[in-house]
Design a protein around this ligand. Sequence first.
Ligand SMILES: [Zn+2]
Length: 494
Amino acid sequence: MLYRQYEYQAYIRALKRGRQRGNKKTSWLLLLLATLTAVYFGLHLRPVSSCISYDPPGSEINLPDTPNRNPQTNIEASGQPEPIPPPCQQARTVHPGARDPWAQDFGASMETQTVRVAAGDTLALILRRSGIEHREAYKVVQALKTVFEPARLREGHELKLDFISSGACPPVFQGLRLELGPREEIQLVKGVAGGFFARRASRELATRHQHVTATVQASLYQAAHQTDMPMDVLMQILRAYSYDVDFQRDIQPGDRIEVLYEEKVDGDGEFVKAGEVLYATLHTCGRKLQVYRFKTADDCISRLFDSQGRSVQKALMLTPVDGARLSSGYGMRKHPILGYNKMHRGLDFAAPMGTPIMAAGDGIVEYAGPRGTYGHYIRIRHPNMYQTVYAHLSRYADNIKKGVRVKQGEAIGYIGSTGRSTGPHLHFEVRHGGTAVNPATVRTPPGRELSGKELERFLLAKTRLETLYASLSKDDKKLAQAENNLSDTGIAHQ
Ligand SMILES: [Zn+2]
C-alpha cells in the first residue's frame, strides 16, 4: 500500500513537472525502495510464476541515471518524466543468462497515446482498442460520467491516453485528457486505490508568433504543404490575395510567400490552433504584394491592408470557391463538349462536388434556378452596375432565392455538374453594365482606404510587423531596414 502511494505521488509529480528534470531525492528513494523489493523477491520467489515487479539486479548495477545508458530512462533525450517502478501484472520468466535486467525493467516511462475519435466510435470501444481491460474501461466511463456524458463524444474529438510502461510489462493506464475545444478539456486521473477521478479544466492558451517562407514549385497550395503552415493560415492567405492574384495564371515556379501569423498554444507549448495572419509578402511575376493586419479605431475591425493602407478586400472576389483549381480561363478556347473554338466569357473552377460557392460580393440575388446549358444557376446584382453569375451548381444554399440580400463570402450554393458540363466545376462570370468582363482584370472599387490619423497609425503598425517578421526570420538586412524606419518614432515592436 505504502509502495502504491509512493508510486502514485511520484506519478502526479512527474505529470506536474512535465518535461522538467526530476527530483533527485525522489528518484533515489524510489531506487532504494525498488532495490529492496527486487532483492526481497529475488531471494524468496525465484523462479517466478506469479506477478513479479523486478528481477534481481546483477552483480554490476548501473543506476539508471547514468547518462545515455538506456534511452528510455534518459530524461533529457526522451523528454520523459523520471523512471517510476511500475506494478507489473504479468507473469514472466527469468532467464538465468539474461544480463542487465535493470535496463529492461527499470526503464519505466510515461507514454501518451493520442486517439482521434472516428465515426461510430464509443469511449468504451476506444479504451478497449487501446488495450484497457473491460473492468478498467467500465470504471473510466463511470468516472467520466460525473463531468461529461460519453455519448457526447464526437468524430474528430481528440483523446490523450496516459500509460506508464516498463520493459516487457504491458503499459498501465494512468488517465486521460479529452479536448472539448480549444479552451476546455476533461481530465481523468487514476487514484491511489485504483479508482478514477474526472474533472473539467480550462486550457489556457497563449499566443505565439510564427513565420514561414515557402517557395512555389507547382502551386501555392503545394508550397504551403511542404512547410508547417497550418491549413487555416493558407486559407487566409488565399482569401487575402484572391482579389488581386489569379492563382492559376500568375503564380509561377520560383515565386515565394513569406507569412507571419499567430498560433495558439497550450500550457505545454503544444500547438492548438492557428490564429490570424499578421503579415505576408507574395513575390510573384516580379511584383511584391504585401498585406498587413490592422485594426481600425472607428469600428474595431481588424482587416488586412496593402502597403498603401488600402483594404485588400474588394467589392468582388476573384475566386469565389476556396481551394479551387482554375480549370479554364477567360477568352477564346476550344470548347470541351462542342469541339470548336468559342469565346469563354467566364472562369471555370474545378473543385470537388459539394464544395461551397461564395457570393463574390455584397448584393441581391437576381436569379436562382435552372437555366438551360448553365444548369442550376445564380445571378447576383452588385453596386456599381456589376453582376456575377454562378453556373452548374449541384444545389442552392438554404434561403437563396430571388430578391435575397447576400454578403460577400456567404455560401450561396454548391459545386455540381448540371447543364452542359464535363465534370464538377463552377462557371463564374463577372458582368459590368450587362457585358461579360474578364474577372481576372476587373478593377472593382476597394473596400476601404485609410487616410489621415488612421493612415499614420497604420504605417506605424506596418513597420512594427515588418520588424517582428525580420527578427523572427533572423533576416538582418530586413531588420536593419525596418529598424531604420522605426528609428524616428523610437517605438519598439510589441
Ligand atoms: Zn465555363
